[in-house]
Design a protein around this ligand. Structure first.
Ligand SMILES: Cc1ncc(COP(=O)(O)O)c(C=O)c1O
Length: 430
């Protein structure tokens, strides 16, 4: 396959950006990332003219696929009226109405990224509880957030950075890292330290160490212990919000965290972050309270209208039907093929997300990040690059998740499964 134009652009980009990129996972494609000309539905077209079935979908926001016509219409309509005013706009109220209804909270604050949402949620929790310490879980990623960049998933795992340089030890010391899905360790820890904890933050479904669904008892225990010790439970639903259901993992598992952070889908693919909670917690934010947050681009009308258009489509139900069915069928086929060809591995799937792990035989399923990390990452990379040659684009890192959209229909599913079979057979033959 000829990727010459992408190669030339990457060479140029390396002069201007560290590693040639502006977000590290984009450099995980070897020997260089491809550049995109356009995206439509389930497909992206590269500048080299290759058309690929996309399972990255912008790392999660594009549950309706690329360039959805309803979003284009709404954004164009807004663009004609201007896109930033420095004073409020009705679209923010309309998006807030939807989110408060679906998530069962009183109020929200819109910011510009998932990172800003988790930064703000932690600040709120500290301001509200007047405590300093935070619990996070190994393998969960909550954005490029000083408080939470310890044993983080996503690109931090991919590049083996268990604690980012540039974050003072005094800050990292305020964050305890425990094992995901390990109830015993967590309850013991809370019995000893629970009254010092401001917040327990978790990806209710890990989407940043591959995909790792929770044991429901684990999530329930987080809720019980948070309540017992008056700590705040934060579900980071930047990925799962509006993806696993309209009301996110909170609704899916029927567990009531104190705060939910959202991003990705709620902006319809435009920059956004959101913190949602009940009145007494949200009122701690400026200007009513003394927990500071502000932003030139907060609640910008473009992200608001794109988010509303996306959620209106999701409310019709069909996107979940198609996106979930695609993920389920591909995951089932992957499992069958691994079995049939005698390749050792595990496949996790939930709603419109899935990931394969080439685990050693003794690992029976991946329910903890340590098991995901024990899988053969080089084999995953080979799987990724061979699939690319077959016209299927999955994330270049084992520690990301494959996303489907409402545009992944019969033909895309069929062609993807064919491509997977071809690639697994090649792998089997060595
Ligand atoms: C669960 C989770 N939280 C937070 C973030 C950070 O969001 P953003 O990249 O928009 O800052 C991400 C990004 O992938 C995420 O997956």
């Amino acid at each position: 396959m000829n990727w010459e134009k992408s190669r030339r652009l990457y060479e140029e980009a390396r002069k201007y950006f560290p590693g040639g990129v502006n977000s590290p996972v984009r450099a995980a494609i070897k020997p260089y990332p491809f550049y995109v000309e356009r995206g439509r539905g389930a497909y992206i077209e590269t500048v080299d003219g290759h058309i690929l079935i996309d399972y990255v979908m912008g790392y999660g926001p594009l549950i309706l696929g690329h360039s959805h016509p309803k979003i284009i219409d709404r954004v164009l309509e807004q663009l004609e009226k201007g896109w930033i005013y420095g004073t409020p706009h009705e679209s923010a109220i309309n998006l807030a109405k939807k989110i408060t209804k679906h998530y069962g909270y009183d109020m929200v604050r819109f910011v510009n990224s998932g990172t800003e949402a988790t930064v703000t949620a932690i600040r709120i929790a500290r301001g509200y509880t007047k405590r300093k310490h935070i619990i996070k879980f190994d393998g969960c990623y909550h954005g490029a957030n000083d408080n939470l960049l310890v044993k983080a998933g996503s690109a931090a795992s991919h590049y083996g950075i268990s604690a980012s340089e540039g974050i003072p030890e005094e800050i990292s010391r305020l964050t305890y890292v425990l094992e995901y899905n390990n109830i015993e360790e967590f309850t013991k820890f809370m019995a000893k330290n629970g009254d010092d904890i401001a917040a327990i933050i978790v990806e209710p479904v890990i989407a940043n160490t591959g995909l790792i669904p929770p044991h429901i008892e684990f999530l329930r225990t987080l809720k019980e212990e948070a309540e017992r010790h008056s700590a705040l439970l934060i579900f980071d639903e930047v990925v799962t919000g509006y993806r696993v259901s309209l009301g996110g993992a909170k609704e899916y598992y029927n567990i009531e965290p104190d705060i939910v952070t959202l991003g990705k889908i709620v902006g319809g693919g435009f920059p956004i972050g959101c913190i949602a909670s009940r009145n007494e917690i949200m009122q701690t934010l400026t200007p009513t309270g003394k927990v500071f947050n502000a932003g030139t681009f907060n609640a910008n009308p473009i992200s608001m209208v794109a988010g509303i258009a996306t959620i209106e489509e999701l409310e019709r139900g069909y996107p979940y039907k198609y996106a979930n069915e695609a993920a389920r069928k591909i995951a089932d086929a992957l499992r069958e093929l691994l079995e049939k060809l005698g390749i050792s591995g595990a496949v996790n799937q939930l709603a419109s997300m899935f990931q394969v792990f080439f685990t050693p035989r003794e690992i029976d399923g991946v329910d903890r990040p340590s098991k995901a990390r024990a899988s053969d990452k080089n084999l995953y990379i080979k799987f990724h690059s061979e699939l690319l040659k077959e016209g299927v684009y999955i994330p270049p890192s084992q520690f990301e998740t494959c996303f489907t959209s409402s545009e992944h229909r019969k033909a895309e599913i069929y062609n993807t499964i064919q491509a997977i079979e071809t690639v697994l057979r090649k792998i089997k033959e060595g």
